[in-house]
Design a protein. Sequence first.
Length: 401
Amino acid sequence: MLAPYRRLLADRELRRIILTSLIARLPIGMNSLAITLGLQALTGSFATAGVAASAYLLAVGVQAPVIGRAIDTRGPASVMLPLAVAHAVALVALVALAQTTHSPLPLALVSAIAGFCFPPVSMTVRAMYRKSALPDAQKQTAFAIEAILMEICFIVGPLIVSLAAAFAQPAYAILVSAALSAGGVWLFSRSGALARWGEVETGASRHWAGPLTVAAVRRALLLSASFGLAIGLLEIAATGYARAIDQPEVIGLLFAAMSVTSALSGFAYGALPLSSPLARHCLQAMLWLTGGALILAQTERLPVMVAGCLLAGAGFGPGMAAMNLQLGKLTPSHYSTEAFTWSMTLFMGGLGSGFLMGGLLIERLTWQSAMLASAGTFAVAAVVCLALPKTWSRSPEAVSA
């Protein structure tokens, strides 16, 4: 199973690209939590901190397709570094401003500026893989690594924030994020990633709606939104469970359990010579997650809940890898980055909507109702998979050979 990863990572420059991209994207798992805890500590108000964090996430969602289109039309070299510098400066300014005013409006404005300047490293890497001449088998392995890296970001990122809160000042985590963003993108730009992204396809005809003009891409993006909504519901339900048993500290254990098996299953997915269509891989992952959420809704014992999280988490890694592979296959090359940024926008929108809907369900009913809603949304995502065209991670003929 290690052989496909050895073959891919035998490329020294690609190893540098992957490592530096991890450094540059750690803020993905840090910023919303860091802004919430940091500003709450500086202003004394969770409401003000929440408004600023929401403004940040909203701005990230709005800017992603805009920046994605800029990268597709101008290339990443002229876009990524200026964004990284502006993002870091805005985060530092946010901390400085919070020490002089506790008014939510200016803090939300600066936080939104930081979000709008967030450099889309993940989307650039995915577009690089999509446009590359790598064999299909290596692209499958590369997108599996992408899924694993995102899990690492959402494990290590909150850990850095927690360490800052425990041993120093929570706002320091915002400054660490600024340094990781600026320094990581600078290293990323020197790794060869921007050159490997390729040339801008100047001769390609472009529509104002970009990749949204392609019906198959719209269906794939609907799957991203459904997937994000289901995850948001699942995560807020798990949080509600921890509150219901009066052990809020176990929420980290539950998320870690899901992340560990997600990374392991994603690793396995990247090595397996699968010859079935990618839509079937997505369908199997959604059905697995539907079953996992249904199991989680039936228990109140912590050991069983942890076991259920380990079981359910195994669907995330392959699901994310297959969805990204499929989106890349369905998208015209000159829309690659924009399509992946649309995917992130809709996923984040779904995630936020899941938190909102799940929170309302928990307040009015029980945490189980939010978990059942998550299972139902995963089932809807499975139905969406049936409408996706057949594409393969690698041709059946190549697998047979």
